[in-house]
Design a protein around this ligand. Structure first.
Ligand SMILES: [Zn+2]
Length: 387
């Protein structure tokens, strides 16, 4: 099934599904036709013009839990600096190159191949395995959000390039826009005003102390939280003491941190600033969009224990890891579904030129997905979700 998975991956990479256009419907149709040649039926839901999710399932002999294999069909734009054609799926030296080869069409091809293997062994399974190829992960996660409105699996494996390591936690982000307000005056008489740009410079020093504090707050799998000023804009006229200055922050959160908690911390910093700067105010005035908050699945969850055991049996990495960026796992966790991220390709290959996946890793990922599914749903399994 490996050679057929490689062919599928080539076809998927050739199909340009880069954002903002997406056009995931094309990729969904390629996948549907491929599954059809393996006698697996798939349904496509086009929930916006050209934007579609695909669902396909293998049902076991006995009733039982539902495991979802979830990954995305959209990719980020190719960008510059490629030595290989970004949408050709060229195979050289045991690697397949192209935008999406690792993030995440490699996972998708491996998951589809796994479904074929599981179908051949379906009489030995209980419950069901559902493949969900979703749209829009790279921008707004519309595909997975939509899916979870009417579908609730008992556990999910989210396919992303993890170097074949199980990742049980990832960071999230928050982007508050902070405004410093002073008092305008003629620039010739600065003593009559309160300069908001100078105030923002002082506030930045407090934010540096905050960043140093955050370094102490280490999460065992994803590292420490961060705060980075990403935009600053202030001033009204070249001859006026500025009344307003705005700073946008990118605040990366680790599992255990909440949006409310972060906003409270920023409020404390504002209060300290205002005490030291009479006549000036600091307020959070807006929130720039992000993909969402952090999440994690407890490492002692029965699903994670079984997944590690399965990979151990086939000689793969059993040490857990975390992801510094966001992914669709957060949406499963927000509705209480245990989830883990696992797939072929290296995290460093994401969103860069000459993205690729090693064919050997594709093979290992198929083995890994199959091993986990069999561990959870096989004849000898004792996994009981929500037990
Ligand atoms: Zn991805």
């Amino acid at each position: 099934v490996l050679s057929e998975a490689i062919e599928l991956l080539r076809d998927l990479v050739e199909c340009d599904t880069s954002h903002p256009r997406g056009n995931e419907l094309w990729a969904a149709r390629i996948l549907r036709d491929w599954l059809d040649t393996h006698s697996i039926e798939a349904e496509i839901e086009e929930f916006l013009p050209g934007r579609a999710n695909l669902l396909a399932r293998v049902v076991g002999e006995e009733p039982g839990p539902c495991l979802m294999l979830n990954t995305h069909t959209d990719v980020v734009p190719a960008g510059d600096g490629w030595n290989h054609e970004p949408f050709s799926g060229e195979v050289t030296d045991g690697r397949l190159y192209g935008r999406g080869a690792a993030d995440a069409k490699g996972s998708l091809a491996a998951m589809a191949a796994t479904l074929v293997l599981l179908k051949r062994a379906a009489s030995l399974l209980r419950g069901e395995v559902v493949l969900a190829a979703v749209a829009d992960e790279e921008v707004g996660s519309a595909g997975t959000r939509r899916l979870l409105e009417h579908y609730r699996p008992d556990a999910a494996i989210v396919g992303e390039p993890t170097g074949l390591r199980l990742l049980t936690a990832h960071k999230g982000s928050l982007r508050p826009v902070i405004e410093v307000t002073g008092r305008a005056a003629h620039a010739a008489t600065p003593d009559r005003g309160r300069n908001a740009v100078e105030g923002a410079a002082d506030l930045m020093l407090l934010l540096r102390l905050y960043a140093a504090d955050l370094e102490q707050r280490k999460h065992s799998l994803v590292g420490h939280p961060t705060v980075v000023p990403v935009f600053i804009m202030g001033g009204e006229a070249p001859n006026t003491v500025p009344e307003h200055c705005r700073i946008t922050l990118d605040r990366r959160m680790v599992p255990g941190e909440s949006e409310e908690g972060v906003l409270r911390e920023l409020e404390e910093i504002s209060e300290r600033f205002e005490e030291e700067h009479p006549g000036m105010q600091v307020r959070a005035v807006d929130m720039a969009p992000t993909t969402g908050g952090p999440s994690e699945t407890p490492v002692d969850d029965a699903f994670i224990v079984a997944a590690r055991k399965a990979l151990g049996k086939i000689g793969q990495i059993t040490e857990l890891g975390g992801l510094t960026v966001n992914c669709d796992m957060t949406h499963f966790r927000s509705v209480g579904v245990p989830a883990v991220v696992y797939g072929p390709g290296h995290p460093e290959a994401m969103h860069v030129a000459d993205e690729h996946v090693a064919l050997a890793d594709l093979r290992s990922a198929i083995d890994g997905y199959e091993a986990i599914a069999t561990e959870l749903l096989g004849e000898s399994s004792t996994w009981l979700p929500f037990a």
